[in-house]
Design a protein around this ligand. Structure first.
Ligand code: FES
Ligand code: FES
Length: 350
């Protein structure tokens, strides 16, 4: 039995322990306004509020919401912010088939009530975890911006008082061979700087770390390195603290970093090998990566998505390397979602 509050009413539902919250809402509570798209945490169609925080209901077991307040799209009928958003969505043509709309509305309401007046770039970042396959985002972003600018008064939904039960901490084998890591990627970047300049940076751990989006080097002693890596992808963000081994070979201009890290329930293990080669007056950087993610962040393990993220990071790494060689500071660290968007734009020009 799961006992919780749904849209202000106490509910008691008998459902198998493995049932996710979206299925309980739709099939046991009859609240079919919560839609299911991907069922793997990517599309955001299933977004509901759990104790006042936007939550993907396909990603949590219903029993994890026991004792909590769940609000679905049906629970926002009388809400003034939702009313303003509905009107703005209609005015700005922010929906066509409407499949994504319940999840969009839940996220939009959270943006408006949490942030108030925000610019369109911030709205796009905040909406990155909600996908729409038919309308395009321009109207959706404009509708939210319009409502956010006027900030209609609303009683806030109750905020999360108790964190959801985290899944068990992942176990990471201390020395899995690179070949055994499940995700692999090769990438090549052309560098607009001479080979020796590039190697001078790629043989210095502090300067390497400064080029990696989100990375902070905490300690470096011999081949041992310790650091932190901030990752923000859609609704998830994590700060991995980890340690590894860095080996460099000046004769072949190659390097290899092997490490593992953890942030609460999220675990990451990986290896990156790089090689510098002459190319015209500049250099080419070949990178081979292998990695494994465990925990909630691994929900985003669609190969195309992860390859996009890694390719975008490699591109940003190369540009930071060029900036360092020119004596400029590395660019401010963008979120991975922003990098992915830039990579996508580069591929498809939109
Ligand atoms: S159905 Fe839950 S995120 Fe797509
Ligand atoms: S309106 Fe059709 S998926 Fe968004």
């Amino acid at each position: 039995m799961i006992e919780f509050t749904v849209n202000g009413a106490a509910r008691s539902v008998a459902a198998p322990a493995r049932t996710h919250l979206a299925d309980v809402l739709r099939e046991h509570c009859g609240l079919t306004g919560t839609h299911l798209g991907c069922e793997q945490g990517v599309c955001g169609a299933c977004t509901v509020m759990v104790n006042g925080a936007p939550t993907r209901s396909c990603l949590i077991y219903a029993h994890e919401a026991a004792g909590m307040e769940v609000t679905t799209i049906e629970g926002l009928d009388e809400d003034p912010v939702a009313e303003a958003l509905r009107a703005a969505f209609s005015r700005h043509h922010a929906l066509q088939c409407g499949y994504c709309t319940p999840g969009m509305m839940m996220t939009a309401r959270d943006i408006v009530t949490r942030l108030g007046a925000v610019d369109e770039d911030r709205i796009r970042d905040e909406l990155a975890g909600n996908l729409c396959r038919c309308t395009g985002y321009r109207g959706i972003v404009r509708a939210i911006a319009e409502v956010a600018a006027s900030r209609p008064a609303s009683a806030p939904l109750p905020r999360r008082a108790v964190p959801l039960t985290p899944p068990p901490a992942p176990v990471i084998a201390p020395s899995t061979p690179m070949a055994a890591l499940p995700n692999r990627l090769e990438h090549r970047e052309t560098l607009a700087i001479p080979l020796d300049f590039a190697w001078a940076i790629l043989s210095d751990p502090a300067r390497i770390a400064a080029c990696v989006p989100g990375m902070t080097l905490l300690r470096h002693e011999g081949e041992a390195v310790e650091g932190e890596m901030a990752v923000a992808l859609g609704p998830f963000s994590a700060r991995f603290a980890g340690a590894g081994t860095l080996t460099l070979d000046a004769a072949t201009r190659t390097g290899r970093l092997r490490g593992q890290g953890r942030d609460g329930a999220n675990g990451a293990e990986g290896e990156v090998e790089w090689r510098l080669e002459p190319e015209g007056a500049g250099a080419a950087l070949r990178v081979e990566l292998a990695w494994r993610l465990t925990g909630p962040l691994a929900q985003f393990s669609r190969p195309a998505l992860l390859r996009g993220v890694v390719a975008a990071m490699a591109g940003e790494f190369a540009r930071n390397l060029e900036r360092q060689a020119r004596g400029e500071a590395p660019a401010a660290q963008p979120g991975l979602w922003s990098l992915l968007r830039a990579w996508w734009k580069g591929l498809f020009g939109r």
